[in-house]
Write a protein that binds this ligand. Structure first.
Ligand code: 13P
Length: 267
């Protein structure tokens, strides 16, 4: 079995002005400096990206965009390209977040083009998928995930190098305080990993990190991280406060997700 480094990412969504983001970045940098065996990423708003990336340069915290356009440049008012993100200091980008699917017309097809653009610019995509409450209640969770994965990654080939991160974020758990149970999360992650194995082979599927997102908090992260296919978290609300987010980082470090021989330690 591959040993997967745990990963935690803070999606700041449309929160924090430039100066607030700068303040948070300074605080996070010092709070997280000693964290080991974990990868950390924050995704500020576009207007704060450059400043935050300057502050976090050389630290153990990577910076990501929250979206991109698939074209290099052109008459696309309000959009941002992969090259602009890398130039601002990003190494990662969130793609296909349910809020973009729900409110801004993101589809599996645009997600596919965006992942391609990100990979071409050496940005690591966080490919977001997840079912709505009604899809879960009608028993369609797996068919929804199946379609999102197949269409989102249509036409790609991946080898053992997992330069893609999958984020399973059940829509009903985002910002609602309703976290998926650890069993629900594991069942979905296992399904996604199995599908990735069918599509791209075992080496890729066992190397790829699958994060859980949806009301992750310090009091539920350990239970989720103990599950064999949960490799980290994509955190919204609880990532806005540097103290809470650093707490999550250290909780995840302690759960060091080298799943084969080092399960979570108890506190
Ligand atoms: P919350 O942690 O606020 O539920 O948001 C999750 C999310 O959407 C991260 O991308």
């Amino acid at each position: 079995m591959n040993r997967r480094m745990p990963l935690i990412a803070g999606n700041w969504k449309m929160h924090k002005t430039g100066s607030q983001a700068v303040e948070a970045a300074h605080e996070l940098k010092s709070r997280i400096a000693s964290a080991q065996n974990v990868e950390v990423m924050v995704a500020p708003t576009f207007t704060a990206l450059f400043q935050v990336a300057q502050i976090l340069k050389g630290s153990n915290i990577a910076v990501g965009g929250q979206n991109l356009h698939w074209e290099h440049q052109g008459a696309y008012t309000g959009e941002i390209s992969a090259e602009m993100l890398t130039d601002a200091g990003c190494s990662h980008v969130i793609i296909g977040h349910s809020e973009r699917r729900q409110y801004f017309g993101e589809t599996d097809e645009t997600v596919n083009k965006k992942i391609k653009a990100a990979l071409n610019s050496h940005l690591i995509p966080f490919f977001c998928i997840g079912e709505s409450e009604s899809e879960r209640e009608s028993g369609n969770t797996f068919s929804v995930l199946d379609k999102q994965v197949r269409d989102g990654l249509n036409g790609f080939t991946f080898d053992g190098q997992a330069n893609l991160v999958v984020a399973y974020e059940p829509v009903w758990a985002i910002g609602t305080g309703k976290t998926a149970s650890r069993e629900q999360a594991q069942e979905a992650h296992q399904f996604i990993r199995g599908l990735l194995e069918n599509l791209f082979g075992k080496a890729f599927a066992s190397a790829v990190r699958i994060l859980y997102g949806g009301s992750v908090k310090p009091d539920n992260v350990k239970a989720l991280m103990e599950m064999p296919d949960v490799d980290g978290a994509l955190v919204g609300g609880a990532s806005l406060d540097p103290e809470t987010f650093s707490k999550l980082v250290f909780l995840i470090t302690n759960c060091s997700n080298f799943k084969d021989d080092n399960p979570c330690q108890s506190f």
